[in-house]
Design a protein around this ligand. Structure first.
Ligand code: HEM
Length: 386
């Protein structure tokens, strides 16, 4: 079906609140062809989940439809089963070996330290003063590497995030690829370092001995995971806190420890950072009644699926004890988020620290970042002072 409702994810009104548009699309053109992006777009929960689940029909690895993937871009996220499986399992084992409780404690202390420094200010920007340093610190500690300089790293991450919107703006490709190469070089340095510090790097090296996975897949994946962690935690930390600030009384409800974990998942469902992800049809197929030809891309709008009333009761309400909550905010299927537990911990610790702090309030107008694939913010002015 051709597009009948205009879908422009970078329209300022859509950046502010995409959910009314998602509802219209879900109802009226659940799977549609977007001319500008030269891609199908799926908006309903069942269709999105099917695309993510069915890796035989919907490929991540573009080489399966004869599109070249340069070596620097070959990593966990660009492969499909069966090549994906041994790499994923090695990395999954490395994640399982990390101390989640210690990560939670470190993150908690880091956040409280930042809050202390910011407590007397009449106004500060949550995004640059909290979300970015917390995301980078959690990620570097998880990897067991020296934290890169925040300004330098944030610029790399921003270019890589914008690269995800190449279908909307081709000018982001070159700077994004350059940033990806710089990140790979950074990761190669960590790889060569042999610091012996506890963390993912050391564990991965141990697990690599005897593994049959090509080394560049591992090196590139380390870079990709580092950025998947920083980029999403940074974005989620902004979105989640804005949601809490816009829903009066919600933060206080987290004092009931019984809803903390479900509440964090609900914050991700309600306004998560991953608005969409894409696959490419490896064969002719039908999705939501539309014929998809082999070689055509399909964008799954995860954020639209996460508000689908066919899957979620009261989808536009923040229901902290929602259970079950099978949202797609961490993806689904073989490429589902490898670091979901760490992402969950980061948001949970932010919420718990906010409960220990004087009440946070909005002091100005939040500014959304002009990106479509990842939903995040450029500015969130707040204060702990009355
Ligand atoms: C709140 C935070 C996070 C959110 C919302 C999130 C979301 C997602 C989503 C939606 C996907 C699936 C993408 C797709 O199917 O194309 C994904 C994949 C992934 N995420 Fe996360 N993520 C978060 C945190 C993290 C963290 C902390 C790490 C690492 C420490 C991480 C590492 C990864 C990796 C490596 C993949 C790719 C897995 C694969 O392709 O097999 N993520 N994430």
């Amino acid at each position: 079906m051709a597009e009948t409702i205009v879908y422009d994810p970078l329209d300022p009104a859509v950046l502010t609140d995409p959910y009314p548009l998602y509802a219209e699309l879900r109802e009226q053109t659940p799977v549609f062809w977007n001319e500008r992006m030269q891609s199908w777009v799926a908006t309903r929960y069942d269709d999105c989940r099917e695309v993510l689940r069915n890796h035989q029909t919907f490929a991540r690895d573009r080489r399966r439809v004869n599109i070249d993937v340069p070596e620097f871009a070959q990593n966990l996220q660009s492969l499909d089963p069966p090549q994906h499986a041994p790499l994923r399992s090695l990395l999954m084992n490395a994640f399982r070996a990390q101390d989640l409780d210690a990560a939670a404690h470190r993150t908690h202390d880091k956040i409280l330290g930042l809050f202390q420094d910011l407590s007397d200010l009449d106004e500060f920007d949550w995004i640059h003063e909290v979300a970015a340093p917390v995301a980078l610190n959690l990620t570097a500690e998880l990897f067991g590497v020296v934290e890169p300089e925040l300004k330098y790293y944030a610029a790399l991450a921003d270019a890589i995030t914008r690269r995800m919107d190449a279908g909307l703006d081709a000018t982001v490709i070159e700077p994004g690829d350059e940033a990806r190469k710089q990140l790979n070089t950074l990761a190669d340095g960590w790889f060569a370092e042999n610091s012996g510090r506890p963390g993912l790097m050391t564990t991965i090296k141990q697990l690599m001995d005897g593994a049959t996975v090509p080394e560049h897949y591992i090196g590139n994946s380390i870079a990709a995971i580092f950025n998947a962690s920083y980029g999403t935690v940074f974005a989620a930390a902004g979105n989640a806190v804005l949601t809490l600030l816009q829903h009066r009384g919600t933060l206080d409800r987290f004092r009931d420890r019984g809803v903390v974990d479900t509440g964090v998942e609900e914050l991700i469902r309600f306004d998560g950072p991953a608005q969409g992800t894409s696959r490419i049809a490896a064969e002719r197929t039908v999705l939501g009644g539309q014929v998809i030809e082999a070689g055509q891309p399909v964008i799954t709008l995860l954020a639209a699926a996460n508000r689908d009333p066919a899957q979620f009761e009261r989808p536009d309400e923040l229901v902290l004890d929602r259970s079950p909550n099978r949202h797609l905010g961490f993806g689904w299927g073989p490429h589902a988020c490898l670091g979901a537990t760490f992402g969950h911990v980061a948001i949970k610790e932010i919420v718990l620290c906010l409960l220990e702090a004087p009440s946070l309030r909005l002091t100005g107008t939040p500014v959304r970042r002009r990106t479509a694939t990842v939903r995040s913010m450029d500015l969130l002015p707040v204060s702990f002072r009355k």
